[in-house]
Design a protein around this ligand. Structure first.
Ligand code: ZN
Length: 1001
């Protein structure tokens, strides 16, 4: 398909509005379609400078009837030689230096041309979000504005014949500068265009002399500032690279990575099927091995070695080319982590032995590692598990973000106080170390620091980055918590003023109306009469102890016909969070609350989460209720949905609820209701299990904190009571009922959650292990078959074995995901783990954004209020789903990392011998899981034996044989073996990460 643009025409429509017309002619199968796009231009777009006396009179209110705010200061910062100035930035500066733009000590009064905002959005969504936040929330402090240059009659430009889109956009930015310079000349305010693009700067030099604005590179601009030294330290490394490129002689380059393919070749290859696109996932056990899942392949395609990975980061979207069949191989049976790899590299890049000139892509490391790799290659040939391998030929989207790490002490020259190159080891062990330049190397040793990655030129072995800020000392709670939040991209800053302004003015004094037919209340809330008054129902909530954000409450009552009325009542969050508000935007962006051991990062402000929405006992609260009539067998006779007002009679902990139910002396109505709920929930659960719902496991532990000192005390494995299950079953039932209802009403855009069946290849390895070691097998024909076969994986000698298999199976499963119904066909809606055909999340709107959307769709479905376009538009729903899927995953990882950190702290003072299970056997070590702490650790071959060279790895038997230290007898260790391990917590000197160190005893 080709698109041809016919020269645009301009015409004046009415006062203040012109239109330029673009005609696209698309030919498809020889035919042609004509598409006309109209682009409206206006003359009422203000400059937004407080100095300006012209623009105040031309502005018109927007759709919300608000006038634009004039934000740019009358007294912007002065520079010597230049005087008062506003800054205009181009796309690359934003992508490169968003940290600097956010920095509170530079970049004030900044104009972001709309074309730049658009380009940033296409290139990096995370940076776009940060830029949007800056423009939205920095009124008083930094004063960033977006100038709609593309809609302004004076600044819009047409693309010239033969002009590339990039050149056209650069020219559009220059046009904006030119207009601003002219427009503000009278007020003594200058315009500086900050751009690192040399060609652009040269183009400006030609034009700008006559147009009266300045242009500077980022470095030149920083140099003009009064705090230049401090700011220059934070400048992305790419600048240094660009400046010094000519100075780096060929023979000093450390490695030559293959050049990326040209765009045209990539596009051609993707079309013809000779190249493939996908996301790289780096192995957590071997950072020099990645894989790409490609639709047409049954197994991920392997990418082995640094040269084939060709500078790809974990999570990058890349284009790969398959290697010849002779180079196909099995996944690595060797473990290798980045932090201990080439520890002695010199960050100045001199004197390194160039291991990379060797064309064989697997020989990338030291002699010792090379021997292991050789062994590995031999093993791979013996086995039949050969997989196709590929190399990266292009990177289409970088996953680069800010990273937390610490300076590698060995890379610091202690004798100099000047600027020097050092390595930063990142906390994420799937990533390479980063080279930064800093003056503060010594001062930053032993600190957690934030860095940004800037570039990875092909002659550099490690990517270049720059220092952003320091979080504090390694192992201080503040630094570690912030590090963890940053690493998992959790938004933890306080809610902005604009968000808080969306909360009810009454604050904590907000009250649900006493009567739903009170005319005065109805005048405030016209939807009030549509609510059902359920304050007479004996409702209670059951949650973990100390829960303050109570999303859900329940009740049950015997009906005259012998059936049960059961209600699940969910906090009516969307009564307070309206579509399109800043509060809604913030919730959508956060996507979920994040629970750490000692901290909760809320999705919504506290006032809502723990007060107005929270279904606290003894007070009236708005709710969204699902009301069923269930028969004694827990079959649904009837279901109704209604917005309601309720009054919870009690907030129980699981344990309190259990005690109350179990106490035969309690015979009040509330307790009878709870007993009925429990009895019904047991039937619901049985029905689910009969249908094939899975009962999987994860090694979940809970860390008890000392309430006085906030120090972690002990670690406990989570216990489950029958009341946990009671709540869970009714939440599942509510989610399923709501899913059906919103799918009926909005077949294309219903917010749902699916869980795909695992491909059988995911279980291949586990099944081989089970077959070989235990003569057991997991079936994958259906979830029912899987559930039944899991039940059969029992070792009479070892109670824990079944749980172990469930834990290992969980890791073979696919992740559940949010989606909108138009994205899949009905059979693919299935939730495999729960064994239901359709599912959503409705029951936790205080802490999950999916539920917020589901509430709005349900409100639309029952005619409570019309559904906004936001949740009826496939494209918008797609954006929401992508974001909440990512946020949900990150929140899970952050929670786990928090537990891991605290478990490490607990173990610090308790060295002990514990029972562990071997869950993986490598060529050069074993991985052991310790159930008591929920930790797993790698025991390297060096720590098992003094004679690592003599160790024998039997891949087919999942067995490693070696001569233990201080022993003459050979010991064999195989997968699933129960072993005693000494557990202690150590601080790794290279990564500064505390982790469980395990030793076989
Ligand atoms: Zn103006």
């Amino acid at each position: 398909m080709s698109t041809k643009v016919v020269a645009p025409r301009k015409k004046r429509l009415s006062e203040g509005l012109t239109v330029t017309q673009k005609v696209f002619i698309r030919s498809r199968n020889g035919g042609a379609t004509k598409i006309i796009r109209e682009h409206y231009l206006r003359n009422d777009i203000p400059c937004l400078s407080k100095s300006c006396t012209k623009c105040q009179s031309i502005v018109v209110p927007d759709a919300k009837n608000e006038l634009p705010k004039f934000i740019l200061s009358e007294e912007p910062p002065k520079l010597s030689k230049i005087g008062k100035h506003y800054v205009v930035v181009d796309t690359n500066i934003v992508l490169l230096a968003i940290d600097l733009l956010e920095n509170v000590s530079c970049f004030f009064d900044v104009i972001v041309p709309q074309i730049v905002l658009d380009e940033v959005r296409n290139r990096s969504y995370p940076v776009y979000t940060r830029l949007r936040t800056l423009c939205r929330d920095s009124d008083d402090t930094k004063r960033f504005i977006v100038f709609h240059n593309e809609f302004n009659e004076k600044t819009f430009i047409d693309r010239l014949p033969n002009e590339t889109i990039n050149d056209r956009n650069d020219r559009a930015i220059r046009k904006t500068c030119e207009w601003y310079a002219e427009h503000l000349k009278a007020y003594g305010i200058n315009i500086i265009l900050v751009t690192n693009d040399r060609l652009n700067r040269e183009a400006v030099k030609k034009e700008s002399e006559s147009h009266g604005y300045f242009t500077k590179s980022l470095y030149e601009y920083a140099d003009l500032l009064s705090n230049a030294d401090e700011i220059k330290e934070l400048i992305p490394n790419v600048d240094n690279y660009a400046e010094s490129k000519e100075l780096l002689p060929e023979d000093m380059s450390e490695i030559v990575f293959p050049e990326y393919y040209q765009t045209s070749r990539v596009m051609g290859g993707l079309r013809s099927g000779s190249l493939f696109q996908g996301n790289v996932q780096i192995s957590e056990y071997n950072f020099l091995e990645g894989s790409v899942s490609l639709p047409r392949f049954s197994k991920p395609v392997l990418i082995v070695g640094q040269k084939n990975l060709n500078r790809a980061f974990n999570g990058d979207q890349v284009v790969v080319e398959l290697l010849p069949e002779t180079e196909w191989k099995a996944p690595s049976t060797l473990t290798l982590d980045s932090e201990h790899f080439d520890v002695n590299d010199n960050p100045d890049g001199q004197g390194e032995d160039d291991q990379f000139t060797n064309e064989n892509s697997t020989t990338v490391i030291s002699d010792k590692q090379r021997r292991l790799l050789a062994k590995e290659a031999i093993n791979a040939q013996k086995s039949k598990k050969v997989q196709p391998t590929a190399k990266v030929v292009s990177i289409t989207r970088r996953s680069w973000r800010q990273y937390v790490g610490q300076i590698a002490p060995s890379s610091v020259d202690g004798k100099t106080n000047g600027i020097q190159n050092v390595f930063v080891i990142l906390m994420d062990k799937c990533l390479p170390k980063i080279r930064i330049r800093t003056r503060r190397a010594q001062e930053l040793l032993g600190k957690r620091i934030v860095i940004s990655v800037d570039s990875w030129p092909e002659t550099y072995k490690y990517p270049l980055g720059h220092f952003v800020r320091d979080l504090g000392d390694v192992e201080s709670t503040e630094a570690e918590t912030e590090a963890l939040l940053l690493e998992h991209d959790v938004e933890y800053r306080p809610f902005s003023k604009k968000v808080l302004e969306c909360l009810p003015a009454e604050g904590h004094d907000w009250k649900a109306p006493a009567k739903l037919d009170d005319p005065e209340e109805i005048s405030k809330d016209p939807l009030l009469p549509k609510r059902q008054d359920l304050r007479d129902k004996l409702i209670c909530s059951i949650d973990p102890p100390g829960c303050v954000d109570i999303d859900d409450a329940l009740h049950a009552k015997k009906l005259p016909n012998g059936n049960w009325e059961v209600g699940v009542h969910i906090a009516d969050v969307t009564h307070f969070v309206k579509t399109g508000t800043a509060l809604d935007g913030e919730g959508a962006s956060r996507g979920t609350s994040v629970y750490l051991v000692d901290k909760r990062i809320d999705m919504l402000p506290m006032l809502l989460g723990t007060d107005l929405c929270s279904l606290k006992p003894y007070v009236d609260r708005f709710a969204f209720s699902v009301l069923w009539e269930l028969n004694d067998n827990a079959d649904i006779v009837n279901v109704n949905f209604t917005k309601s007002v309720i009054k919870s009679r009690e907030a129980f902990s699981y344990e309190q609820a259990q005690l109350r139910i179990d106490d035969p002396n309690q015979k009040d109505e509330l307790t009878l209701g709870m007993r009925a709920l429990l009895a019904l929930s047991i039937k619901l659960k049985q029905k689910r299990l009969d249908a094939g719902a899975l009962n999987l496991a994860s090694p979940e532990v809970k860390v008890h904190m000392d309430s006085e000192t906030a120090d972690p005390g002990e670690v406990e494995i989570k216990k489950l009571l029958a009341t946990n299950s009671l709540v869970e079953e009714f939440m599942l039932l509510a989610n399923i009922s709501v899913a059906r209802k919103i799918y009926d009403a909005f077949p294309q855009t219903a917010m749902l959650r699916r869980h795909a069946a695992p491909p059988s290849t995911n279980f291949e390895m586990l099944n081989e292990m089970l077959q070989k070691r235990k003569n057991m097998h997991i079936s994958l024909e259906s979830s029912k078959a899987l559930a039944d076969s899991l039940d059969r994986c029992v070792d009479p000698q070892d109670n824990y074995f079944n749980t172990l298999v469930r834990i290992m199976s969980t890791r073979c499963m696919m992740a559940a995901q949010y989606f909108y119904s138009g994205a899949y066909s009905y059979p693919d809606f299935k939730h495999y783990g729960l064994a239901v055909d359709i599912y959503t999340h409705f029951t936790s709107p205080i802490r999950r954004y999916c539920d917020v959307v589901a509430h709005r769709q349900l409100a639309g479905a029952i005619g409570y209020e019309p559904l906004s376009l936001e949740h009826r538009d496939k494209h918008k729903m797609d954006m929401i789903c992508r974001n909440i899927n990512r946020k949900h995953r990150n929140a899970q990882f952050a929670g786990r990392a928090s537990i891991e950190y605290y478990v490490g702290q607990v173990m610090r003072n308790n060295e002990s011998i514990e029972t562990g299970y071997v869950i993986k056997v490598f060529n050069n070590g074993i991985v052991v899981l310790v159930p008591k702490f929920g930790v797993e650790g790698l025991i390297r071959i060096e720590n098992l034996t003094d004679a690592a060279e003599d160790a024998v790895y039997d891949e087919l038997e999942f067995k490693l044989s070696f001569k233990p230290k201080n022993s003459d007898k050979i010991r064999e260790v195989h997968v699933f073996e129960k072993v005693d391990v000494q557990v202690r917590s150590v601080l790794d000197p290279v990564s500064s990460k505390r982790k469980a160190e395990l030793l076989l005893v």
